[in-house]
Each structure stands twice: as C-alpha cells, then as structure tokens.
Design a protein around this ligand. Structure first.
Ligand SMILES: C[S@@+](CC[C@H](N)C(=O)[O-])C[C@H]1O[C@@H](n2cnc3c(N)ncnc32)[C@H](O)[C@@H]1O
Length: 202
C-alpha cells in the first residue's frame, strides 16, 4: 500500500505523500491502535507548553500539529510545513485557530532565525533526500531560538517494510550525528512503538 501513496518529486523536495486519507489510514493500522498515544508522548517529550511557538516539519495532514496546538493553547501558535500541496490543503481545512500550514521543505525553511521555541518532525527525515539532510538540520537549528528544543522521531530498524521506499524504513537513520553536526546538544534519545526519537537543545 505504501508505495502507492508516495510521489518522488523532480525538484528534490523529497518523497512526498499526497493521498492524505490513505496515509492516515495506513498510519492508524501501522501503529495498531496506539497512534494517538505515541503522538501524545511525542508532544510531551517536545516540552511544548502554553504560549510556545512550534514548527512541525513534514506535517502531512497535520495530525501531530493539531495535538501540538492543543498543548500550546492558550497563547501559542503552531506552524506546519510540508512540500505536498494536497497535504497542506487537508491540514488547513482541519486547522484550529492556533495552527497554520504552508508548503515548504525542511532544507529550505522560509521562517526567520530563532523564531520557534520548539521544532518537531516525525517520520519525515527519511523522506528528505540523503544529500539534503544536513542542510535540513542546519535549517532546524537556524529557526530554533537559543535554548529551544528539537524533537525528531523516525523509524526504528525493521524488517517489516518492503519495496524501494520500505528499505529506507528498514535502515534507521542515525539522528544524533545529524543534530550534533548542525550545532544542537542532544540531551535525550529513546524508543517508542515503531519509532526512535531524539530530543536536543539549541
Ligand atoms: C511519513 S509522512 C509523516 C507525516 C507526519 N509527520 C506523521 O508523523 O504522520 C512524511 C512527510 O514528509 C514530507 N516530506 C517529504 N520531503 C520533505 C522535505 N524535503 N521536507 C519536509 N517534509 C518532507 C512528505 O510529503 C510527508 O508528508
């Protein structure tokens, strides 16, 4: 099912997901009923709290961004970016007042320096072309305020996935050196169902 919802983009944005409903369904099934619990844990690990400005990179239909929006209310704001226009349209239709979505890529963020207290990204790093991942982490560093937090989660190694994109799921990306090379201090890492996460501080 997975390879039918992916689109390789000629502009090196990455492998985008444009069939948002199908992705949502796939994700619910893949997490085996634990998706909400896992993503709530990600919100807690990110430390997002009322009043915070949060950027969610590779937000797709905005599932995590909506949970983050609840965590930063009142007074906070969540921005979600993704290179997939249908995903951004889907997220925008469902956006609470404290969230806004825009088309964009991790390696070329349009947000100003130091403009976020928290930057998150779940299951998106393996979608970014490998040669562009260092630039993506540099951009995350640039837009995080000094003392702000980065929370990244991606697949743990698994033999479960098949097909060309599945191979990227099977080979877990080492997130720690990417974050450290960009200038972050990694203060925690660990495993969640299906995922491996790091939390780092600028
Ligand atoms: C597997 S989905 C993850 C969606 C969501 N964060 C989640 O946890 O369910 C990966 C997302 O990364 C996006 N993506 C692909 N290339 C990207 C890039 N260069 N920068 C940011 N996001 C990218 C895809 O369009 C897709 O929506």
């Amino acid at each position: 099912m997975l390879n039918h919802i992916l689109k390789s983009r000629p502009d090196r944005a990455g492998t985008t997901i444009e069939r948002v409903w199908t992705y949502e369904l796939t994700s619910v099934i893949a997490f085996g009923g634990r998706r909400r619990r896992v993503y709530r844990r990600i919100v807690a690990l990110s430390g997002a709290r009322p009043g915070d400005r949060v950027l969610d990179i590779g937000c797709n239909g905005g599932y995590l961004a909506r949970l983050l929006a609840a965590a930063v209310t009142p007074g906070g704001q969540v921005a979600g970016i993704d290179p997939s226009p249908p995903a951004i349209a889907y997220a925008t239709r469902r956006a609470p007042a404290s969230a806004a979505f825009a088309v964009g890529t991790a390696q070329d963020l349009s947000e100003p320096d130091g403009s976020f207290d928290v930057v998150t990204s779940t299951l998106a790093v393996h979608h970014i072309p490998e040669p562009d991942r260092a630039a993506a982490f540099s951009e995350m560093f640039r837009v995080t305020r000094p003392g702000g937090t980065l929370l990244i989660a991606d697949f743990r190694p698994s033999r479960w996935h098949r097909g060309p994109h599945g191979l990227r799921h099977a080979q877990a990306i080492d997130l720690v050196p990417l974050a450290e090379a960009a200038g972050f201090r990694v203060e925690a890492h660990g495993d969640l169902p299906m995922l491996r996460y790091i939390r780092a501080v600028r």
